[in-house]
Design a protein. Structure first.
Length: 369
């Protein structure tokens, strides 16, 4: 049997170890008889390369890199034309196996794509269930899977995954998750606190009396939050500011003035501090409420978290990652067009785009970010 493998190691964000992992897996496959091994560890355009390899019908499809799979997404699997040539796929990076979310994760999409008559995707796929994974551990699991399948002659994807986990514990026996929490995160948290102290950086006061002051206050809040937010998880200033202005009536709505909620963010937990719309019975829990925040900047923080984690905004995250992979620049207008699930208003995205233009008009050029 002529076997083909596509092995990706994108070092651009998670580091050179991803490329080394890819080369290690390729070496194992070569040693155990895989005849056609294609590797991609540099040069960009990883998503296009993966699409081409999937369509060519490789037997093994492996990705190691960072959150967002270098721009490769569910849409690429849906558009695949590999037919009955279904590979065993491994996409060991943040969020690729979060099958409990409301939308299909990438590993689930690999399995569900196509039909029994016209299949596509993969015969099996292994991903990571959360967005809090770590490079060194992902590498260990990834290498272990393929070493188990080839060197140990394991026959199923499940056995390979078990061997990958065993490899993780063999290399990091003293509870890897606690090691990360207690060592790495303590280190970065300490550095973060030191920087905050040195800069005297604290949550800015969110005060305003007109539209211009509202925009400036929102920008100061975003500056503060971005200090501890990796660039790949940031949301454009224009998008945040325009939505805050539109959703809160430029900070004048009841939810903004009494509940510090600039986006109408809801809660379905009656124990979470909330407000009930005046049109509803104030004495009876209607099943949801509009959240109350300790500060307006807190509501901006929660909005950013939702954009980065909520299944409804997967299109936003996919497009953002493609933009970052291409040239590192975010096109706010194109990203706003992905907000079809943020509001039931049919022309919501157009309203936000118009508001972006107005927020620019409220500020002198020197203030624009």
């Amino acid at each position: 049997m002529h076997e083909k493998a596509a092995i990706v190691g994108d070092p651009s964000t998670s580091g050179i170890s991803c490329a080394i992992t890819a080369e290690n897996i390729a070496a194992v496959m070569d040693q155990y008889g895989v005849e056609d091994i294609r590797t991609k560890i540099s040069g960009g355009s990883y998503d296009d390369w993966m699409v081409d390899q999937l369509d060519e019908g490789v037997n093994y499809f492996n990705y190691r890199g960072y959150y967002g799979v270098s721009g490769f997404s569910n849409n690429d699997v849906d558009a695949a034309s590999n037919g009955f040539k279904l590979p065993f796929a491994t996409v060991i990076t943040c969020g690729t196996g979060s099958f409990a979310s409301e939308t299909q994760c990438l590993s689930e999409k690999f399995l569900r794509a196509g039909t029994t008559v016209s299949p596509k995707g993969a015969v099996a796929c292994v991903g990571s269930a959360t967005v809090g994974t770590h490079t060194m551990f992902n590498n260990s699991v990834n290498i272990g899977i393929y070493y188990g399948l080839f060197a140990k002659d394991l026959e199923t994807a499940g056995e390979g995954l078990v061997y990958g986990k065993a490899n993780l514990y063999e290399n990091y026996p003293s509870n890897p998750n606690d090691w990360v929490t207690q060592k790495l995160e303590q280190k970065y948290q300490q550095k973060y606190l030191e920087d905050l102290k040195a800069l005297d950086l604290r949550e800015p006061e969110f005060s305003y009396e007109n539209d211009t002051q509202f925009v400036r206050a929102t920008h100061k809040c975003i500056d503060y939050l971005n200090f501890s937010q990796p660039e790949i998880f940031r949301v454009p200033y224009e998008m945040i500011t325009a939505q805050a202005a539109l959703e809160s009536g430029w900070g004048t709505s009841r939810y903004a003035t009494k509940g510090n909620n600039l986006f109408g963010i809801r809660t379905w937990n009656k124990d979470t501090p909330h407000m009930i719309p005046l049109s509803m019975n104030q004495e009876k829990w209607p099943g949801w409420g509009v959240r109350i925040f300790a500060s307006k900047c807190d509501s901006v923080k929660e909005y950013i978290r939702l954009m980065n984690e909520h299944p409804a905004y997967e299109k936003f995250r996919d497009l953002r990652m493609k933009m970052i992979a291409k040239d590192g620049k975010l096109d706010s207008i194109e990203l706003i067009k992905t907000l079809d699930k943020f509001s039931t208003t049919p022309d919501y995205a157009k309203r936000v785009i118009v508001t972006v233009s107005y927020t620019h008009l409220t500020l002198p050029t020197s203030d624009l970010v």
